[in-house]
Design a protein around this ligand. Structure first.
Ligand code: SF4
Ligand code: SF4
Length: 267
């Protein structure tokens, strides 16, 4: 009896030893080597795990950067500092992105946009757009429920008393989450150096605009006249003026626009 127990223990011990050896050999053969730069690069990014870069988090982004599949500028919250650090770690020049900021391209708040009805439903812009509900008559402008506020991971949007979103530029990292979620495409990202942008997204013209909003662009075309904009940088397209970020002779257009649609930024 004693011998049987001893023999069993011996056999089990030998089996354990063999299995351990096999596991050790296989773990060596199939070991996944982790590039030590991944941790370093992850530490150089903003560290918010916000997904703005298009990856599942900072570690996934770091892996993509080390593999040469991503650019450091995709980490917009990290900004120029992250781009510089990643360039140093990886020994290659990562180009910084042009600094941008979100702007709200609608001035039709509760006081300016005509209401077609009292709205008492769910306070969510996406739901309102899908259900074709809401209070405002303009089918292009801001719905005013402030869903963009919650979409910003950086607390850079607040609603004004006039039910329009307001961007806190100092907090905005240009991640673009608000622009992506706004069902009316009212929020856009523009270069931080851009001094003027249009505060209207309506595609209607003339009376149709005036009937629904007191500050909408009526597509009168005044701003595109050579006498008003000698540089010729303004062109009318889809009933809205279009202009490049470096438009600088905008003073007369901003002043003469009957709806005061041009919003001048302090840069
Ligand atoms: S900007 Fe867009 S998401 Fe924000 S309140 Fe207006 S419609 Fe809603
Ligand atoms: S969600 Fe919009 S406002 Fe907020 S940081 Fe991103 S771009 Fe700026």
């Amino acid at each position: 009896m004693h011998n049987v127990v001893m023999l069993s223990l011996l056999v089990l011990g030998l089996m354990g030893l063999c299995l351990g050896l096999i596991l050790a050999i296989f773990s060596r053969i199939f070991a996944v080597r982790i590039d030590p730069r991944i941790e370093e690069v992850a530490g150089a990014l903003a560290g918010l795990n916000c997904g703005v870069c298009g990856y599942a988090g900072c570690n996934a982004m770091a892996e993509a950067l080390v593999a040469g599949k991503a650019h450091a500028r995709q980490c917009t919250p990290g900004g120029a500092a992250a781009v510089k650090k990643v360039s140093q770690i990886l020994g290659r020049e990562e180009l910084p992105a042009e600094p941008r900021v979100a702007v709200v391209k609608c001035r039709g708040g509760r006081d300016e946009a005509r209401e077609k009805a009292r709205y008492r439903g769910v306070e969510d812009c996406v739901a309102i757009e899908v259900l074709d509900a809401g209070a405002k008559s303009c089918i292009y402008g801001c719905l005013g429920m402030g869903s963009c506020v919650g979409s910003c991971p950086f607390g850079a949007i607040r609603m004004t008393a006039n039910r329009l979103p307001e961007i806190v530029e100092a907090k905005c990292t240009a991640c673009g989450k608000c622009a992506a979620m706004c069902p009316r495409n009212v929020i856009a990202l523009i270069p931080r150096r851009q001094r003027v942008y249009l505060g209207c997204v309506s595609r209607e013209k003339g009376k149709k605009v005036k009937q629904v909003c007191t500050v909408g662009c009526t597509a009168c075309g005044l701003c595109a006249l050579p006498a008003i904009t000698p540089s010729g940088k303004v062109v009318m397209k889809n009933n809205l003026p279009e202009f490049p970020p470096d438009w600088d002779d905008f003073a007369a257009a901003a002043e003469k626009c009957p709806s005061r649609c041009f919003i001048i930024r302090k840069v």
